[in-house]
Ligand binder design. Structure first.
Ligand code: ADE
Length: 240
């Protein structure tokens, strides 16, 4: 079944952008997913198609008007559209691999990209949009965040990635960061590949990779490591 993404933005020309290339682009050519991006300004007010105004209470920047956004949503969201409506904002809940898996297993997404100081709070509430952030930094608009979110979902669609990649071995899939990878030459610039990888001993290779994943996660991501330990203690993951 085709997975449908609809994006509402002031910069529809930013889409599909990188998603038209490589893995995602090929999958789109194969009809596995579609993307339509629409200009919010088409629903702007007056001769200048205004979409924003100064904030009540004062302060810097401009706020996108709820009436304009509401009209834009209504124009592209059929009654009973089962797809989640997502508003990309640094105020949102942090996007995770679990979200990507949830979204990829559904019918698609409708994404709302804000510029300026963001959307009037009332349209966020009235539309029931899920507010999502891709990280603790502020982008100049939601568009790059929408591209990131879509990329994470698209690669999970059935048939998009070749059989080579194993979801279980990826970063975050098991709650751990991935182990390091090596290829030929076996020695490069005085740096040998870890000998165990050349041993042909699959048990030893698995154990080494597991230890590497655990050490890297413990050192770089104490938050993920703590979550991993508590899952292990509660027995929610098979011990290795
Ligand atoms: N818009 C601006 N910054 C953002 C972020 N970090 N995540 C999602 N949307 C954004």
């Amino acid at each position: 079944m085709t997975w449908h993404a609809t994006v509402l933005t002031l910069f529809p020309e930013m889409f599909p952008g990188p998603l038209g290339l490589s893995l995602a682009g090929r999958a789109r050519d194969d009809g596995l997913w579609t993307l339509d991006a629409h200009d919010i300004r088409a629903h702007g007010l007056g001769r200048h198609r205004n979409v924003d105004d100064t904030p009540f209470g004062g302060g810097a920047g401009m706020v996108m008007r709820p009436d304009v956004i509401s009209t834009a949503i209504a124009a592209h969201r059929p009654e009973g559209d089962p797809r989640p409506l997502i508003y990309l904002t640094p105020r949102g809940r942090l996007f995770s691999q679990a979200d990507a898996e949830r979204f990829a297993s559904g019918p698609g997404l409708m994404l709302l990209c804000g510029r300026y100081e963001g959307l009037d709070q009332r349209i966020i509430e009235a539309s029931g949009a899920e507010e999502i952030s891709i990280g603790d930094y502020v982008l100049s608009g939601g568009e790059p965040a929408a591209l990131v979110l879509l990329d994470a979902c698209l690669r999970l669609l059935p048939g998009v990635m070749g059989g080579a990649e194993s979801a279980e071995e990826e970063s975050f899939a098991g709650g751990l960061l991935e182990y390091p990878h090596y290829t030929r030459p076996a020695e490069w610039d005085g740096r040998p590949v870890p000998p165990v990888l050349l041993s042909g001993d699959h048990g030893a290779i698995s154990a080494w990779r597991r230890a590497q994943a655990e050490d890297t996660t413990r050192l770089r991501r104490p938050d993920l490591w703590a979550a991993h330990l508590s899952r292990r203690i509660s027995g929610r993951q098979s011990p290795q």
